[in-house]
Design a protein around this ligand. Sequence first.
Ligand code: CO
Length: 489
Amino acid sequence: MAVSQHIGSGSRPRGVGDWSEGYSSLNEEHAYWVEDIEGEVPVGLRGTLFRNGPGRFERGGVAYKHPFDGDGMICALTFTGDRVHFRNRFVRTEGYVQESAAGRILFKNVFGTLKPGGFWNNAFDFSFKNVANTNVILYAGKLLALWEAAPPYRLEPRTLGTMGLDELDGTLHPGLPFSAHPKLDPFSGNLLNFGVRTVPGLSPQSTLDLYRITPEGQVITDSTHTVPGLAFIHDFACTENYYIFLQNPMALDPLPFLLGWKGAGECLRLAEGVPMRILLVPRAGGPLITVETEPFFVFHHVNAFERDGRVVVDSVRYEEYLSAPADRDFRQTDFTQVPPGRVWRTEIDLGRGRAETRALCERPTEFPQVHPERVGRPYRYAYLGTTHSARDNAPLQAILKLDTETGHEQIYSFAPVGFVGEPVFVPRPDATREDDGWLLVLVYLSDEHRSEFVILDASDLDRPPLTRLKLKHHVPYGLHGTFTSEVFC
Ligand code: CO
């Protein structure tokens, strides 16, 4: 099915097929010095960018139904100071190893890829494959591949070899979920994270565990809370005094889920007449505070901070839940039918127990990032993937720098042939300005079926890219990544 995609005046329209080729599997595992470089690698950029995302989208000739079901593949891009090294490797999860040996799909996935065998093989099977494909962080000397519904997988940071499931020296209780969006807390120096579990049923309840991970890598469960309803919470925000969660107003159609016709992700929808519930957990202890506002859906938060007795949370907001149509290949997505994500601000007045919301930017966006030291603090700049055209929803082809104080938008677009994901902001050493640094962006070039890492000057997106590091192959669209100043290769 050919679906045309508008990418603004002056560029020829391109079919959605250009975008969809970026969701081809990369079966080979590479390790090489990047030699095809346009421009100069910035002086002072030293360290390793780790990225995670699905790298394989089929097994035994059967396509996975949703890209989020794809097996996690880590990329490491290492800046030694004078050379750049690339490496990619699959996370050898238990499911990956067993399915590789069998040459076919053996497990059920959250987003709809079912085991072969139909009903009798999928009914009442609630065990999902941990695909370890969502994020990767280096913390307390451990490189961890994250997937929100299960404990992390530990990797060897130089070779990206899989060391196994890691329950953080046994301090994460066995099998408990550990979200893919931990935050390095600039106030305490700890890593903060959460895990959420829902017991489905006629009146579902969810449990939220809040974790503080010490610089030694020990998990301390700060508090545990029971919240009514389903809690589909992918990300959280934190400030000096609060953990903040937006509990999306979701409903689960239990029958197809219980009977195994569909994956959990496919049985969800926005519940009618149910508000968005903002959950604030005081970090110093005390009961959870709930504030309700109008319904919408959020995967990711840009940032949060406290100001004048208010808690401000900026998020990428959708007016509907993004579900993949059950009868269609995700590569055939008609973006005109998909609700766009937009950056909205939610201000919570704790004294009055009320929230106000407003849009900060009209452009379709996803994958927000901020300066790492501004997490939880007042901040000015957000960096996101955006569409080439300002209004129509389409694949992400540009990087947006949003000035949240003035509303000013600066865009660097890779259209018509380039497609992007999350920009990772790396501060320049000794920088004093918030936007003095680099944006590392993985760009898929559809005309060459190849990818490159592009370095943009975050202080001025009107400048052409500083560096294009051309890879010898493509890398499928990823999800999240992090930069460390440690050099691994
Ligand atoms: Co995410």
